[in-house]
Design a protein. Structure first.
Length: 120
């Protein structure tokens, strides 16, 4: 059973099992130490926040330094889509409301972008 999600120090998002006190699965790889990270689906660079929609079976990962939010299938930890529209710059805070709206706060611009997750 899923007990939580966290991002770790090596740019991975981890599925946690609190009862067993261990990481069950992880997605993402460490970014290169020199130069700008490649913006591939699985390469995360400072995944800073996570919002989970268990009813839809997805989590939203704020990939801070890649200027995007990943929509990730909870069962497979595969990326379903990548949100970059609306000028996401350094997504820092994300949350979902009861109407399936995803709010993404931008560190760089100070804006809050709103996405209807039913249309993603």
């Amino acid at each position: 059973m899923c007990h939580g999600f966290e991002s770790d120090a090596v740019n991975r998002v981890c599925l946690l099992d609190a009862a067993a006190t261990k990481v069950v699965r992880a997605m993402g790889t460490m970014a290169p130490r020199s130069g700008i990270a490649d913006k591939t689906e699985y390469q995360l660079t400072q995944p800073i926040r996570i919002a989970v929609d268990e009813s839809q079976g997805v989590m939203y990962v704020a990939d801070f330094k890649n200027d995007r939010v990943l929509v990730v299938n909870l069962a497979s930890l595969s990326v379903q889509c990548v949100l970059t529209m609306g000028g996401i710059r350094r997504p820092y805070r994300i949350c979902l409301d009861d109407n399936s709206l995803l709010y993404v706060g931008s560190w760089e611009t100070g804006q809050v972008l709103v996405y209807n997750t039913c249309s993603l």
